[in-house]
Design a protein around this ligand. Structure first.
Ligand code: NYM
Length: 237
């Protein structure tokens, strides 16, 4: 029986080096003669992705719940594509996934300023904040990663890497809250992981020099290069 490809997710705070490390990983896998496909969320190329992009650039304002559902819908747009790559035996390397969705929405909701001015703000006052169980729901049953590498970096070290960009969420206090939610998600994912360690969550110290981070990540990905026997899991199930 041919084995399916492995599904590997790279998560992390902004400025953790996630995208650079994913690219290094992609090249290494390819140089070793294996097939690998890189995916990145949000994928800003679709109509939903364009709405997200406009929101992240503060060119549009949307209710927090709506934004959360758009990010999730963006993942569902690619769910069957991910499954078909895995069935073809390709390793899927994904830069951010549902865990970012939860971490950013929950962190943001815990600090939404209550304002009495304006339609959007006053309607938000009446809505409940985004809790972790609420945030998990729209992504449940998406393909579940075999391995999630969480690139951990303190917001203080991230700031020394040239500072954050101009998009929403790229502020030190927000990043601190996001990091706390990621920690909680890591605990939940680990509690859900299979006995053989399938679906495990690995915290990688991304504050070190780039090559040390690459080598540690490689050590976790290498055993998955020959594929996986078990069927693709479903997130949160
Ligand atoms: N982000 C990303 C979310 O808020 N929810 C999500 O579901 C995902 C996938 O988008 N600050 C946030 C995290 C980032 C921002 O991501 C853009 P990137 O990797 O910088 O393009």
């Amino acid at each position: 029986m041919t084995r399916r490809g492995a599904f590997v997710v790279v998560e992390g705070l902004d400025r953790s080096g996630k995208t650079t490390q994913a690219e290094i990983m992609r090249r290494r896998i390819q140089e070793g003669g294996r097939e690998v496909v890189c995916i990145k969320f949000p994928d800003r190329s679709t109509p939903i992705g364009k709405m997200i992009d406009s929101y992240l650039h503060s060119q549009s304002d949307l209710d927090d719940h709506v934004v959360h559902l758009l990010f999730s819908a963006n993942r569902w747009e690619f769910a069957s594509t991910i499954l078909s790559y895995l069935e073809q035996g390709k390793l899927v390397l994904c830069d951010r996934y549902a865990f970012s969705g939860i971490a950013f929405s929950v962190a943001k909701s815990s600090q939404t300023p209550i304002s009495t001015e304006g339609h959007l703000e006053s309607s938000l006052e009446k809505l409940s904040p985004i809790t972790l169980p609420w945030a998990r729901a729209p992504d449940s049953a998406l393909p579940s990663p075999d391995l999630t590498l969480f690139l951990d970096i303190s917001p203080e070290v991230a700031l020394t890497r040239g500072g954050y960009g101009e998009e929403r969420y790229e502020k030190a206090d927000m990043q601190k809250r996001v990091r706390n939610v990621f920690e909680e998600i890591g605990r939940q994912v680990s509690a859900n992981a299979g006995e053989a360690g399938d679906g495990r969550w690995v915290v990688v110290d991304a504050g070190r020099d780039m090559s040390a981070v690459t080598e540690e990540m490689w050590g976790h990905v290498q055993p998955l290069l020959d594929g996986v026997d078990s069927p693709v899991g479903r997130l949160w199930e």
